[in-house]
Write a protein that binds this ligand. Structure first.
Ligand code: F6R
Length: 614
C-alpha cells in the first residue's frame, strides 16, 4: 500500500530515489512522484500516472538536481490514480511537500475546516489535507517544520508513514509513522527513509525502526533526532540489517515470482535451520518452548490472517488439531476484528502474516491483546509491526518476498506451523517419540523433494499454454489438500485474471458441478494420501461430465493418471506434509498461464504486496 523513500546527504538524490521506488514498487504501482530540493532551494516536483518507469520518462524532461528529496509509488485509496492525485502533495504556498502511506480517516472534517479558512485543494486525496494542515499550523503559530508536523499529527485519526521537506530547508527531512511501516537508514553524512529497508541496504545496514507516533527529524548536519508528538526525546536504537542485496534482486530470473518459487528448497532449509535437531528427535521452536506452559494450557488456538496466509492457517488448523488435539479456529482478520469475538484469557491468538504489516491482522491482534489472550506472531518481515507487538513469535526466515503473489512465504508459514504443532505435541505427549522422529525425518526431506518437483517446470509451462483460453478454473482437494486448492485458485486469479474457485472436492456435487462442461479445467490434488479413494470417485464425476482434469498425483500413481487429461507427479510424503509439496506445481501453473497471457506477474493490477489499509 504505497511505497515511500527519502534521501538527504551528499549524493544526487534523484537516482537513489528512483532506484528505491523500483524496489518498493511491489507496494503499489498506479502512479508515482518525486520532490527534489536543488542548490537554489527550488522545490521541483514531478509526477506521473502509471509505474515508476513513467515517472522517469516525465522527470527526464526536467531539472533533477538536488541532494535531498522524497518519492512515492502509490496504491490509490482516496481519489483515482492520476497525476494530480499522485504524491508528493504540496501545501497551498507550494513550500512544503509531503509523501504518505496510510489513510487519514478524519480528512473530511479537517478539509472542511481548512476550506473555511480559505485554503484551496488541488487533489481528491486524504494526504493533501495533512500537508495543508501542516502549513496552516506552521503559519498560524510560527512553528518549525518539525513542530508543525507534530501538531498536525496530533489532530489526525488514521494511519500514516510520512516524509516531509520544505523550501529553504535543504538539510532536513521530517518523517513520522503510525500503523504504517517506516525505516530510517543511517549512513556516513547521509540518511535515508523507506517503507522497508530495500531502498536503503545498498548504502547502509544501520537502521532505526520508528515506533508509532514517533517523529524523526533527519538532518544532514545534525543526524537523526527522534521525538514523540509531544516533543519528548526518544532514545532511537540503531539496528543492523541482516539483508543482502542479492535477496532483493531478480538474480537472472525473468520475474521475482519465478525466482521465489525456485528458491523454496533453500528458503525452507533456512526456515528449519537450528530448529530441527540432527538426530531428528526434537524440534526447537524457541518462541513456543519459552512459553510452553501457556501453549500446553491453552483452551483454544485462534489463527488470524488474510489471503494466502489465511490458507496457510487452514493447514495449521489440521496440523495442530491432529497432532496436539487442541481446538483451533481460523479467522479472517477483517471479519474477526469487527464481530465482537469471544476471546478468553487462556486463548492463544496467532497472527500469520508475511509482511507483518497487514492492517486488519494487526488490528485483530490488538483486539486479542486487549482481551488478555497470549498473542503470537508468525511473520517473515523482520522488525515489522506484528512481531513488535506480540508476546512471542517465530519468523519464517524465507527472505524478502517481492513478487506480489505470495509463494515462498506460504510454504514457510506452513513449515513453521508444522514445527509449532510438533513442538506442542511433544510437550503434551499427544504424539509418540517414534511418530515424532519419523515426522521430523520426513520434514527434513521436504526441501529435496521440492527440488525434484521444480524439474517439472518445463512440462508445466507446456501445459499452461493449452489453458490460456480458459475463463474459469476449479480447484479441488480434500482434507489437508483443500486449503491447497484454495491457494491454487487464488494464485491463478490474482496474476492471470482468470476466475478460479477452490472447493472441497466432495462439495462439488452441491452446486459447482453445474459449471462443468468440456471447456472447464479442473485441477485436482489427488496425492496418495488421506481420502485418495474418495477423490477418485469425485474425479469420475468430473470425467463423466467431460471436464478437463489436471491432476497432482503421487509418483507412480496409475489410477488417476488413467482418468486425468494431464498429470503432474510429485514425490510421496506423509499426509500432513503434502501441502508444501502439492502447492509447488500449482504455483508454477499459475505463473506460466499468466506469462503466456502476457500479464505482469510481479505486479498484477489493483494489488499491492503489503495491505496497510483496512
Ligand atoms: C496473495 C497474497 C495476499 C496476502 C495477504 C496477506 O498471493 O499475497 O493474499 O497473503 O494480503 O498478507 P500478509 O501475509 O503480509 O499479512
Amino acid at each position: 500500500m504505497c511505497g515511500i523513500v527519502g534521501y538527504v546527504g551528499f549524493r544526487e538524490a534523484y537516482p537513489i530515489l528512483i532506484k528505491g521506488l523500483k524496489r518498493l514498487e511491489y507496494r503499489g504501482y498506479d502512479s508515482a512522484g518525486v520532490a527534489l530540493l536543488d542548490q537554489e532551494s527550488d522545490l521541483n516536483i514531478y509526477k506521473a500516472k502509471g509505474k515508476v518507469a513513467d515517472l522517469e520518462l516525465e522527470a527526464s524532461k526536467h531539472d533533477i538536481n538536488g541532494n535531498i528529496g522524497i518519492a512515492h509509488t502509490r496504491w490509490a485509496t482516496h481519489g483515482e490514480p492520476n497525476q494530480v492525485n499522485a504524491h508528493p502533495h504540496t501545501s497551498e504556498s507550494g513550500n512544503i511537500a509531503l509523501i504518505h502511506n496510510g489513510i487519514i480517516e478524519n480528512y473530511a472534517t479537517i478539509k472542511a475546516k481548512l476550506i473555511k479558512e480559505g485554503i484551496t485543494f488541488k487533489s481528491c486525496t486524504d494526504t493533501e489535507v495533512l500537508v495543508q494542515l501542516i502549513e496552516f499550523l506552521q503559519k498560524g503559530h510560527n512553528l518549525t517544520l518539525a513542530e508543525a508536523v507534530q501538531q498536525a499529527l496530533k489532530k489526525v485519526v488514521g494511519a500514516y508513514a510520512i516524509a516531509v521537506i520544505e523550501k529553504g530547508n535543504p538539510d532536513t527531512i521530517v518523517a513520522a509513522r503510525k500503523s504504517s511501516p517506516l525505516v530510517v537508514g543511517v549512513g556516513e553524512g547521509e540518511f535515508f527513509v523507506g517503507s522497508d529497508a530495500s531502498p536503503i541496504i545498498e548504502y547502509t545496514n544501520k537502521v532505526i525502526y520508528l515506533e508509532d507516533e514517533e517523529v524523526a527529524i533527519i538532518s544532514k548536519k545534525d543526524g537523526v533526532r527522534v521525538v514523540s508528538l509531544n516533543n519528548t526525546e526518544v532514545r532511537a536504537e540503531i539496528s543492523e540489517l541482516a539483508l543482502s542485496l542479492d535477496e532483493i534482486e531478480k538474480g537472472g530470473y525473468p520475474h521475482f515470482m519465478l525466482k521465489e518459487i525456485f528458491e523454496q528448497p533453500k528458503t525452507l532449509r533456512n526456515c528449519m535451520r537450528g530448529r530441527v535437531s540432527k538426530n531428528h528427535k526434537n524440534i526447537v521452536l524457541s518462541g513456543v518452548l519459552d512459553n510452553i506452559e501457556k501453549f500446553k494450557n491453552a483452551r483454544r488456538i485462534i489463527i488470524i490472517a488474510c489471503g494466502t496466509s489465511w490458507h496457510a492457517a487452514l493447514i495449521g488448523e489440521h496440523l495442530i488439531e491432529n497432532l496436539c488435539r487442541v481446538p483451533v479456529e481460523v479467522e479472517y482478520a477483517s471479519e474477526f476484528r469487527y464481530r465482537n469475538p469471544i476471546i478468553y484469557k487462556d486463548d492463544i491468538v496467532i497472527a500469520l502474516s508475511q509482511s507483518g504489516e497487514t492492517a486488519d491482522t494487526l488490528a485483530a491482534l490488538m483486539l486479542a491483546k486487549e482481551a488478555g489472550a497470549f498473542i503470537y506472531g508468525i511473520c517473515n518481515a523482520v522488525g515489522s509491526s506484528i512481531p513488535r507487538i506480540t508476546d512471542s513469535g517465530s519468523y519464517i526466515h524465507v527472505g524478502p518476498e517481492i513478487g506480489v503473489a505470495s509463494t515462498k512465504a506460504f510454504t514457510g508459514q506452513v513449515t513453521v506451523l508444522t514445527m509449532l504443532a510438533m513442538t506442542l505435541a511433544k510437550a503434551k505427549h499427544s504424539i509418540t517419540q517414534e511418530d515424532l522422529t519419523s515426522l521430523i525425518s520426513e520434514l527434513d526431506t521436504i526441501p529435496d523433494k521440492i527440488q525434484k518437483i521444480l524439474e517439472l517446470n518445463d512440462q508445466i509451462a507446456d501445459i499452461a499454454k493449452i489453458f490460456t483460453y480458459a475463463k474459469n478454473f476449479i480447484y479441488l482437494g480434500r482434507g489437508y489438500s483443500y486449503p491447497v486448492a484454495l491457494e491454487g485458485a487464488l494464485k491463478l486469479k490474482e496474476i492471470s485474471y482468470i476466475h478460479a474457485e477452490g472447493y472441497p472436492a466432495a462439495e462439488m456435487k452441491h452446486g459447482p458441478i453445474a459449471l462443468i462442461d468440456q471447456e472447464m479445467p479442473i485441477v485436482v490434488i489427488a496425492t496418495h494420501n488421506g481420502m485418495y479413494e474418495k477423490l477418485i470417485s469425485n474425479i469420475q464425476e468430473i470425467k463423466s461430465r467431460h471436464g478437463k482434469i489436471i491432476a497432482i498425483v503421487s509418483e507412480g500413481d496409475e489410477t488417476v493418471k488413467a482418468l486425468a487429461d494431464y498429470c503432474f507427479e510429485i514425490p510421496s510424503t506423509l499426509e500432513c506434509l503434502d501441502p508444501v509439496l502439492s502447492t509447488i506445481p500449482l504455483q508454477l501453473l499459475s505463473y506460466h498461464i499468466a506469462v503466456c497471457k502476457g500479464k505482469d506477474v510481479d505486479q498484477p493490477r489493483n494489488l499491492a504486496k503489503s495491505v496497510t489499509v483496512e
